[in-house]
Design a protein around this ligand. Sequence first.
Ligand SMILES: Cc1cc2nc3c(=O)[nH]c(=O)nc-3n(C[C@H](O)[C@H](O)[C@H](O)COP(=O)(O)O)c2cc1C
Ligand code: SF4
Ligand code: SF4
Length: 255
Amino acid sequence: MIFYFSGTGNTRWAAQQLAEATGERLLFIPEQMKGNCHYELEENERLGFCFPTHGWMPPKIVLNFISRLEINARGHFCYAITTCGDDIGCCMKEFQKKLHSRGLHADSVFSLIMPESYVCLPGFKTDSEEIVKQKKAKANKDLKVFIGLIKERCIGKEIVFKGIFPYTKTYVLGTLFNHWLITDKPFKVDAELCIHCNKCAYACPVGNISIEGKLALPHWHHDGSCTNCLACYHVCPKHAINYWDTNKKGQYFFA
Ligand SMILES: Cc1cc2nc3c(=O)[nH]c(=O)nc-3n(C[C@H](O)[C@H](O)[C@H](O)COP(=O)(O)O)c2cc1C
Ligand code: SF4
Ligand code: SF4
């Protein structure tokens, strides 16, 4: 059983590769959050978690899901993969801590560098086409290695790129980032550019965007559900969505 979260498709691709290679069930966390989050693993089934790194931490929706997760994992092999643009800091340490609080433990953990999706703050931007190509080629190779280890149920592997100053990143910058900057308040739509295609609303994994009427503009609910995954920003075919000052920045969606 593989639980995953993804905004711009990187993690969805990784999770789909895993599901294909292991023949195991693939479940999207936002969909699962609508149910009771109770599951039965089969005798030899593995338990996997795939999610992007957000501010050097697992996304809050993933941590909330673990808080509610009830599963018969006793001696089942368990692993986690996080995708990131650069480095993960202590993201996996925090994820293990969350699992431990529920009586679970990841036997092996991995990080996979993929194209960058974060653009909101000054200085953060999407990768060039060439870097996207290189990152995807390397991720394809690395994921094959991880899948091999997962299929063999290798215990104790920690193949992650924490980057420099991982504690400062996760526990200082990441704490501030996740507290203050995971918000839908700055989203704005350029009415001149919007073609009312509904793609932003459709792409939102948590149903946080409504478009009421054929020629209405999308509006964000401002109800605390936004994960800041930026799927809405990146998917817009007219680059009509702006977050603070992103209108001159690039867009990226896994394809
Ligand atoms: C809100 C947010 C925060 C992010 N924080 C980090 C980070 O701390 N470190 C990093 O290397 N990449 C970071 N990224 C980049 C993503 O982790 C990376 O692009 C990931 O593969 C996106 O996965 P997805 O396409 O499945 O949503 C961040 C992206 C977003 C949207
Ligand atoms: S509103 Fe946009 S950033 Fe927020 S969860 Fe939905 S798609 Fe992601
Ligand atoms: S994706 Fe862009 S063009 Fe389509 S409805 Fe949303 S803002 Fe408008």
